[in-house]
Design a protein around this ligand. Structure first.
Ligand code: ADP
Ligand code: MG
Length: 277
């Protein structure tokens, strides 16, 4: 037992050196309904490295949520495959955390009890889970609210709790589907810094879906643009900020850098937004 624990760390390290954390290989998806067939995704191939933060942007309906659900193992692709650390994703897994726009907190549970929900479902050691949840809630600025109830919190605070809940089960991959879109713009700015801080310090591989170009640039190492439906990879951009010097600028700092504006106009052109009506 002791030996396997000691050996597992180098084995894990070797694994992530060989395989990207997430490999999406030639994934297509068609939805079939009684109205007919919708091709949502067309031959998507994408890799995400261990510890990398990728933002995924594209017009509404281009298949972003569909792609996250496939990575999460909730939807099966019509063709192609997804691998995490070289192993095919065949269903939901503890290695993958998925956070949605709506926070799905239970109103009758305290913040701490909400945060440990996933751990409880996975029948984990609850003492450890509560310690980890309390620690994460502190890191997300929610340390004073462990014994409050969701209705006592603002939208931004509720999303912080949802993030802590996603991280309590220690997934290697975190999928975020427009997690801030219901929040006002000031709260979004404040929460982005904290969220990036927590996710980077935990070394997670992150895929963030957002329709906010500024948010995509400010939070990520790389921005991936999907075409209109059926979603194909249109382009990818590495977020490099030479004017910042060493280290990674915080999302707030990114918005003050000259590179931010040029990334913004490039991505705006690529999204090809038309106002309808
Ligand atoms: P996005 O998240 O980029 O807005 P989605 O992945 O939700 O896009 O949807 C992609 C396309 O697939 C849309 O045209 C949507 O209407 C369609 N779609 C999504 N879910 C279903 C479903 N369960 N059944 C049929 N069509 C769906
Ligand atoms: Mg969506």
């Amino acid at each position: 037992m002791q030996t396997s624990l000691v050996n597992s760390a180098p084995a894990e390290a070797a694994l992530s050196a060989v395989h990207p954390r997430i490999q999406i290989r030639d994934v297509s998806l068609r939805y079939f309904t009684h109205e007919g067939e919708t091709q949502a995704l067309d031959r998507i191939s994408l890799e995400v490295a261990a510890g990398e933060f990728v933002s995924l942007i594209g017009q509404s309906g281009c298949g972003k949520s569909t792609l996250l659900s496939i990575i999460a193992g909730i939807l099966e692709p019509s063709s192609g495959s997804v691998l995490v650390d070289g192993k095919p994703v065949t269903g939901p897994s503890q290695r993958i955390g998925y956070m949605l726009q709506q926070d799905y907190l239970y109103e009758w549970r305290t913040i701490l009890d909400n945060a440990v929900l996933g751990a409880q479902i996975q029948r984990r050691d609850m003492k450890q889970a509560r310690e980890r949840a309390a620690d994460l809630l502190h890191k997300c600025g929610m340390g004073d609210f462990l014994h409050h109830y969701p209705r006592q919190l603002s939208g931004g605070m509720r999303q912080r709790v949802a993030l802590a809940r996603t991280l309590v089960t220690e997934p290697d991959v975190v999928l975020l589907d427009e997690p801030f879109s219901a929040l006002d713009s000031q709260t979004r700015l404040a929460i982005a810094d904290e969220v990036v801080d927590v996710l980077r310090s935990e070394g997670k591989s992150v895929v963030l879906v957002t329709h906010d170009i500024g948010e995509a640039i400010a939070m990520a190492d790389r921005v991936v643009v999907l075409s209109r439906r059926p979603g194909r990879i249109k382009s990818q951009h590495l977020m490099r900020f030479p004017s910042h010097g060493v280290g990674h600028p915080s999302p707030f700092e990114v918005r003050t850098l000259p590179e931010f504006n040029s990334f913004f106009s490039t991505l705006w052109d690529e999204l090809d937004v038309h106002v309808e009506g």
